[in-house]
Design a protein around this ligand. Structure first.
Ligand SMILES: [Zn+2]
Length: 289
């Protein structure tokens, strides 16, 4: 089916206590892995594209990357009969507007570098734009940190304050609200814990569907509990790259003479499909399409 705005599935997830997975893709094969997994699990899924993936796909030209991914996303969604959304992650104001114009069905505005008041002001502007285009807008209160290549974080780990979440949600009427609960982006092992008590407090005070970033570094038990306590969109990136690359590496390690990219990209795609399926089942979204 054509790309969809996943609002009705997000609201259903909130009512029924499951989460929709937002799976990052950097290549055509990774997009295919996500929609194949969604089809096999009969689940709704979000193909999520980072701004860095756009730079890669567009060979340094983000707009070109956006155009490629918009078209790849449309073809991929049409190749299956489960609902697929195409989401741009951590984008600035201009990138959100561009993505929605090109056919992305949702986007996350990253106001992490702005003051609280500026973050609200830009989110309000974008919310008017996304609504007019039948797309969803995600925004963030308190940023989830990201490690630099040396391993140091770009900001201290913070936890979203209940009052900030209430004020932000009320002022912006945003469709999806990303909150910081102690996770970090790009975690390579599942060792981190979330502040589940804070999540409970925010959930009790805010009706907006809530989003967890940085799930690859979080203990599965904490992800499961966060879904029980109101997270309805879980972002998954690092774990999928790990699976994809392991799939390719197994072939290349076994035969150093292999040169046909199809010979290692097909198993890479299959390995990522399996990982996405496992996450969909874990989030309780299997059979929910
Ligand atoms: Zn994120």
């Amino acid at each position: 089916m054509p790309l969809v705005n996943l609002q009705s599935w997000i609201l259903r997830a909130q009512r029924e206590g499951f989460a929709v997975g937002a799976f990052n893709a950097n290549t055509l094969e990774q997009v295919q892995a996500i929609v194949a997994a969604a089809q096999m699990e009969h689940a709704p899924a979000i193909v999520q594209i980072s701004v860095r993936a756009l730079q890669f796909v567009g060979s340094g030209n983000g707009t070109l990357g956006l155009k490629y991914m918009a078209e790849i996303g449309k073809v991929a969604a049409q190749s299956v009969d489960v609902p697929i959304a195409l989401h741009l992650d951590h984008a600035n104001e201009q990138q959100v507007a561009q993505a929605i114009t090109l056919g992305f069905t949702s986007a996350m505005f990253d106001g992490g570098a702005l003051s609280f008041a500026e973050n609200i002001a830009v989110t309000q502007r974008l919310r008017a734009l996304t609504q007019a285009n039948h797309a969803l807008l995600e925004a963030e209160v308190s940023a989830v940190p990201r490690p630099a290549s040396g391993g140091t974080l770009d900001r201290a780990i913070e936890i979203t304050q209940v009052q900030d979440a209430v004020e932000f949600a009320r002022a912006t009427q945003v469709d999806l609200l990303a909150i910081a609960l102690g996770s970090v982006h790009a975690g390579k092992t599942k060792t981190m814990m979330l502040d589940l008590e804070r999540l409970r407090e925010i959930r009790a005070a805010v009706a907006t569907p809530l989003v967890l970033h940085g799930s690859s570094g979080v203990l599965d038990e904490h992800i499961a509990q966060s879904i029980r306590h109101g997270i309805v969109k879980v972002n998954v990136a690092t774990q999928l790259n790990q699976a994809f690359t392991q799939g390719a590496r197994a072939i290349l390690d076994a035969d150093a003479q292999e040169f046909d990219p199809r010979k290692y990209l097909a198993p890479a795609r299959d390995a990522m499909t399996e990982r996405v399926r496992e996450r969909i089942r874990f989030f309780g979204a299997s059979g929910k399409a």
